[in-house]
Design a protein around this ligand. Structure first.
Ligand code: XMP
Length: 326
């Protein structure tokens, strides 16, 4: 039987009971496959790698070595959440690599979107490879491959994602959720006790904030982006929109706009709000957000984020606009 093919009679995991049963089976299967050997996992903090980490911690505890690479393009608080949940609460064997300066130095002055993506992807591989070489006695590599990755990219964790690994790494793979759909992975994650903010996280591109700080990334504009995005997420949460809108974020373009502050003309950044609903990300609609919510977000960004003089809401559907700005 092809182990990469979901059996037709496989029950969809929709309840806590079914998730518990799946977890029990996978824990046994992982222990059988791995024995007393060590397993390496690139833990981004996304839904898939987080659920795989939690499953492996349950099965083999400290035999799992998680490496979290902070590329400096994470949203506010995300790397901290990985350290809090996995390093502290679950007491995992976690290596935290703060590689922000390396990534930002490599990206300095680079404005072409696809070149930016390539630099981020390549640097991730280099950093992960360096870390894995420092470790000894690793025989297995765990991956958060899920069923759509297999269908869409023939068994390789979506190339789209930063997190592709060096091809010469000759580890045996451990892929406990490879036959599950995203909604099932989330049910399993909840059953494993992961926080909702991690399990129900909206999609976040591999290159992270890098494609939302358009053109050549600068540290100050990246900070403007991170802070404005945090305000947007906070206000969406308060307004009950987080589970109703598929993806939402802010963008800071690489051009300035005139404003006036304390009676003086300033030349500051605009912040663009992007929010979309979609089924498969191939096409997307822009939700009609409540005016009061938009106004509150605008007022807070203008008051709390330095160097911003204008806030816009992008009304463009996909197509012709893509979801991301670059
Ligand atoms: P677009 O902008 O193409 O985005 O309408 C569709 C979905 O894909 C995500 N996206 C990416 N994800 N690496 C990723 O892992 C990327 O380079 C990338 N670019 C776009 C985007 O966030 C949206 O969910």
């Amino acid at each position: 039987m092809d182990s990469n093919k979901r059996p037709e009679n496989m029950v969809r995991i929709t309840t806590r009971e079914l998730a518990d049963k799946f977890i029990e089976e996978q824990v046994a299967a992982i222990r059988k496959q791995v024995g007393d050997k060590k397993v390496l996992l690139a833990l981004s903090g996304g839904v898939d790698s987080s659920v795989v980490a939690a499953l492996l911690i349950k099965a083999i505890g400290k035999q799992l070595v998680c490496v979290h690479v902070n590329h400096g393009l994470m949203r506010k608080g995300e790397s901290e959440a990985v350290v809090e949940v996995f390093g502290k609460e679950l007491d995992a064997n976690l290596i935290y690599v703060n590689a922000a300066d390396r990534f930002l130095d490599k990206l300095a002055g680079v404005s072409d979107p696809e070149t930016k993506r390539k630099i981020i992807g390549n640097e991730f591989v280099v950093v992960f490879d360096e870390e894995s070489r420092k470790l000894t006695g690793i025989d297995f590599l765990a991956q958060g491959t899920i069923y759509p990755d297999i269908i869409e990219s023939k068994g390789v964790k979506a190339h789209h994602n930063v997190g592709g690994l060096p091809e010469e790494m000759k580890f045996e793979l451990v892929e406990p959720v490879k036959l599950l759909y995203k909604d099932e992975v989330r049910v399993v994650g909840s059953a494993l006790g992961l926080p909702d903010a991690m399990v129900y996280r909206q999609p976040f591109p591999g290159p992270g904030l890098g494609v939302r700080c358009t053109g050549a990334i600068t540290r100050d504009r990246l900070e403007t982006l991170r802070e404005s995005d945090a305000i947007l997420r906070e206000e969406f949460d308060k307004a009950g929109l987080t589970s109703k809108v598929w993806q939402f974020f802010t963008v800071v373009p690489d051009f300035r706009s005139t404003g006036v502050r304390d009676g003086k003309r300033v030349f500051d950044w605009p912040v663009i709000i992007r929010a979309v609903n979609t089924v498969d990300a191939m096409s997307a609609e822009v939700p009609e957000l409540d005016w009061a919510v938009l106004k509150k977000i605008t007022d807070r960004i203008l008051a709390e984020v330095p160097g911003v003089c204008r806030v816009l809401y992008d009304l463009s559907p996909k197509a012709p606009a893509t979801i991301e700005w670059e």
